[in-house]
Design a protein around this ligand. Structure first.
Ligand code: NAP
Ligand code: MG
Length: 402
């Protein structure tokens, strides 16, 4: 069989620990035999980040801006213990945070569904993709522990000195708490554009919800910006595809999501997204079956798994033990990136290959072959056989070639 040829390279961001091991196995077993893989390689593993003083992370994000599609392996976000373990000169920032800031993107998380592992919510038949606005609000708030009686005010002074706003928040008669939050029109607009863009890409409805009836300025601004951008820039494309933009109140959205069949994108404000993504991913089954894609408002894509570097398994691997770490989300990051690259470059074979590889993966699991994390969730008729990561990848390969 002739290998599929590529024209533009994928930006390849390698990572750490167990996922770094899986990364190489996926390439060796399932990609390199079939594709003349063209990548621009960036090693985001912690030793290389230390060596380049994290410049490699910035370079990889810039390359994503240039080429448009990246695939990323999970990486360690250093904490005090990692600084010790890797003898770091600094506690380098989260690579995902750095890349997201440079691309100004939104993260979309979607579960990979298989027959035999059913979502906790019985009505869910299709994936629910969550988009979280990862900027501002309570995550960048200023807080104050009010010690006792006193006046709390909200004050804004314009840079030109002309505008001044002052309003009493509360006249405290006792101790209490106080918090100041903000967001920016530009960030909300980027979030909205990434969401509309991704809804068009994946031909799914987009839902968005806030509490605008209570928060008449703050949340209402989110609602208004979404609606203005939708009407001006995306409505025609949505109509042509037969998809819908649907706005409702957050509590109504939660109720509707639980009663729904799935198959849509749910855009969430920062805190809602933090909470709801954990709820939705747990209800779908396993973090190891969750993909994640960062989409910038101008249509750049970075695909990855939603889980981390699976440290506990890596320490076993280092002792020479075979591990049964689930490679599905990392593999689907590759297929997502290859499909998008094929779409942008007009190489139909790349998209077809990605489809076949995903189908072979799902077929392997549905046939009862899976990594051990899934065995406990399995409700299929065929008895489940828990295998090592490499055995699982080879079972996929066998199906791919069948
Ligand atoms: P994790 O790597 O997601 O793993 C947590 C646990 O979830 C594992 O110990 C394992 O449970 C299970 N798990 C996750 N992925 C799995 C898979 N593919 N197959 C089988 N089981 C899986 O989270 P963590 O241990 O909190 O974080 C480890 C490192 O990853 C940290 O240094 C963190 O900074 C980093 N991280 C990176 C990203 C990213 O790059 N996007 C995201 C999150 C965390 P059992 O041990 O019970 O088998
Ligand atoms: Mg959370």
């Amino acid at each position: 069989m002739e290998k599929i040829q590529m024209t533009t390279p994928l930006v390849e961001m390698d990572g750490d620990e167990m996922t770094r091991v899986l990364w190489q196995q996926i390439k060796d077993e399932l990609l390199l035999p079939y594709i003349d893989l063209k990548t621009e390689y960036y090693d985001l593993g912690l030793p290389e980040r230390e060596k380049t003083r994290d410049q490699v992370t910035v370079d990889s994000a810039e390359a994503t801006k240039k080429y448009g599609v990246a695939v990323k392996c999970a990486t360690i976000t250093p904490n005090a213990q990692r600084v010790e373990e890797y003898k770091l000169s600094e506690m380098w920032k989260s690579p995902n945070g750095t890349i997201r800031a440079i691309l100004d993107g939104t993260v979309f998380r979607a579960p990979i569904m298989v027959r035999g592992i059913s979502p906790v919510v019985k009505t869910w038949k299709k994936p629910i993709t969550i988009a979280r606005h990862a900027y501002g609000d309570v995550y960048k708030s200023t807080e104050y522990r009010v010690p006792g009686p006193g006046k709390a005010e909200l004050v804004f002074t314009g840079a030109d000195g002309r505008e001044e706003f002052r309003q009493t928040v509360y006249d405290f008669e006792c101790a209490g708490v106080l918090q100041g939050q903000y967001n920016k029109d530009s960030s909300i607009a980027s979030f909205a554009r990434s969401c509309f863009q991704y809804a068009i890409d994946t031909k799914q409805d987009l839902w968005f919800a806030t509490k605008d009836t209570i928060s008449k300025k703050y949340d209402h601004t989110f609602k208004d910006i979404f609606q203005e951008i939708f009407d001006a820039e995306y409505k025609a494309a949505f109509d042509a595809l037969g998809i819908e933009y649907f706005y409702t109140l957050i509590d109504d959205a939660v109720a509707r999501v639980v009663r729904s069949e799935g198959g849509f994108i749910w855009a969430c404000k920062n805190y809602d997204g933090d909470v709801m993504s954990d709820m939705v991913s747990t209800a779908f089954g396993s973090l190891a079956m969750m993909t994640s894609v960062l989409v910038s408002p101008d249509g750049k894509y970075e695909y990855e798994a939603a889980h981390g570097t699976v440290t506990r398994h890596y320490y076993k691997y280092l002792k020479g033990e075979e591990t049964s770490t689930n490679p599905v989300a990392t593999l689907f990051a590759w297929t997502g990136a290859l499909r998008k690259r094929g779409e942008l470059d007009g190489i139909a074979e790349l998209g077809e290959f990605a489809d076949r590889l995903e189908a072979a993966t799902i077929a392997a699991i549905e046939g009862g072959v899976m990594t051990k994390d899934l065995v406990g969730l399995w409700e299929g008729e065929t008895p489940a056989r828990g295998v090592t990561s490499l055995e699982f990848l080879r079972a996929i390969r066998a199906r791919l070639e069948a």
